[in-house]
Design a protein around this ligand. Structure first.
Ligand code: NAD
Length: 430
């Protein structure tokens, strides 16, 4: 099948690579010349576990092509997948639809023959209607169906999730696109479960799912606060809750709050949509407010632990919004570091993959270290802000710190071992 993917970001690139690996001919389009030049030259532009190998293989065997010229991809495609960004408006926080509109307008110019146009980006309810109308206005003769194909992959696990989706949701207002969608997913070794819904329902499924997960994270963070006051242990509580199949164990890890390019943006966008519709989404609203405050509370925890330490240096482990990615968008780690900088603290940070992306935000306001041992050298407090798996193998005994305090916001270290190694250990909810 000929597929065109518009946008080669954290969603578009793994999707393009994945469909190429399944035997399709994929053309990936992006506006950014440097990105396309790098991809054409065989240099991957983002970090995702397992992606680089599949990218190289499919680029080399010709299944995967890259271009800045949208027409080259769209005119031959049976399906065009739009995966451009929908960032929040700086004030209202509603999803900014300018990239979707621009992409749809460009697609309209190049459609030839029956084509399915699928919006994979996370968009407000009714955005599919608008994009369809825009294409019809620009190209009244175009033969196409516009469907919603929301993406549920987790950054850091994008390759795994592409090949093993829990479900595929397709929002289509008529059955004509179904043949092409079915053929697309027939290329999977094991065809995923496809849920067909109306276009608007599919658009809302994405927002409702992300907001639900954000609420779950905020809930366990509030339970962690309660554990600290009443002498319970949140990890035991979360385990006990998670064993209930109605609740499930996932997203019950307490921490410094949710971040990333999706949860904060999508909860805010959903709240905006609800407000416009005059519907009270009080639970999502509480999560948004509480999650904002959470990062300040965590910065307070770090500053309180340093009371009495003269000219303290904070070693930070982790800058990415979560382990397994180089993405620092809305990263709680970056927000906490920024707050600590405001308070005049000196910071030396290490992250296995996100130093370059963090430098683009924090610049030289902090120092960067090649590894955890370098970050911790002569520091007074070790703050664990991102849950990278490899942090678990750090030997606390070998850290040459000036003052031995750990604030572990990700439960990377064992409290008893840290105490036995002479550290003051401050965690969450225990
Ligand atoms: P991104 O910013 O990483 O990538 C978007 C890409 O689209 C950029 O490279 C940009 O240059 C390109 N682009 C914009 N307009 C274009 C145009 N007209 N033609 C060609 N290229 C264009 O964004 P992302 O993280 O991949 O997210 C994309 C969408 O998917 C968003 O709506 C997001 O909410 C949603 N989503 C993201 C994730 C995630 O984990 N990142 C998961 C599910 C859904």
């Amino acid at each position: 099948m000929n597929i065109c993917i518009i946008g080669t970001g954290y969603v578009g690139l793994p999707t393009g690579v994945g469909f190429a690996e399944l035997g399709n001919k994929v053309t990936c389009v992006d506006l950014i010349e440097e990105k396309i030049a790098a991809l054409k030259a065989g240099r991957i532009t983002l970090f995702e576990d397992g992606l680089e190998e599949l990218f190289r293989k499919n680029a080399e065997n010709g299944s995967l092509r890259f271009t800045t010229r949208l027409g080259e991809g769209v005119s031959n495609a049976e399906i065009v997948i739009i995966a451009v960004g929908t960032p929040p408006h700086p004030e209202t926080k509603e999803a900014d639809m300018r990239y979707i509109s621009a992409a749809a307008a460009q697609v309209a110019e190049h459609l030839s023959g029956y084509t399915v146009v699928a919006i994979k980006s996370t968009v407000p309810i009714g955005a599919g209607d608008d994009a369809e109308q825009l294409i019809r206005e620009k190209n009244p003769a175009a033969d196409f169906d516009l469907i919603s194909m929301p993406e549920f992959l987790r950054e850091g696990f994008a390759v795994h999730d592409f090949f093993n989706p829990d479900r595929v949701v397709i929002g289509a207002n008529n059955g004509r696109a179904r043949k092409i969608v079915d053929a697309l997913y027939d290329t999977y070794k094991q065809k995923p479960q496809i849920l067909y819904t109306s276009r608007r329902s599919a658009e809302l499924i994405k927002y409702a799912s992300n907001a639900f997960l954000a609420v779950k994270i905020h809930y366990i963070n509030e339970i962690a606060n309660l554990c600290e006051k009443v002498g319970a242990n949140v990890y035991e509580v979360a385990r006990g809750m998670g064993l209930d199949s109605r609740i499930g164990a996932k997203f019950l890890s307490p921490g410094p709050g949710y971040g990333g390019s999706c949860f904060p943006k999508d909860t805010n966008a959903l709240a905006f949509i609800a407000k416009q519709a005059n519907v009270d989404l009080s639970i999502a609203q509480a999560a948004i407010k509480g999650n904002g405050e959470r990062k300040i509370e965590m910065a307070n925890r770090i500053t309180a632990a340093l009371k009495g330490v003269k000219d303290p240096v904070v070693a930070v482990l982790g800058l990415a919004f979560k382990g397994g990615t180089d993405d620092v968008r809305e990263s709680p780690a970056i927000e906490i570091v920024s707050e600590l900088l405001k308070r005049g603290l000196r910071i030396r940070a290490h992250d296995p993959e996100a130093i370059n992306s963090a430098k683009a935000v924090l610049g030289d306001r902090i120092e960067y270290a090649q590894d955890a041992y370098g970050a911790a050298k002569e520091a007074d407090l070790l703050a664990v802000l991102t849950e990278w798996e490899e942090f678990k193998s750090i030997s606390l005994k070998e850290l040459r710190m000036r003052t031995k305090i750990i604030v572990d916001l990700r439960k990377v270290f064992d409290k008893q071992i840290a105490i036995a190694d002479g550290f003051t250990y401050i965690g969450i909810g225990e």
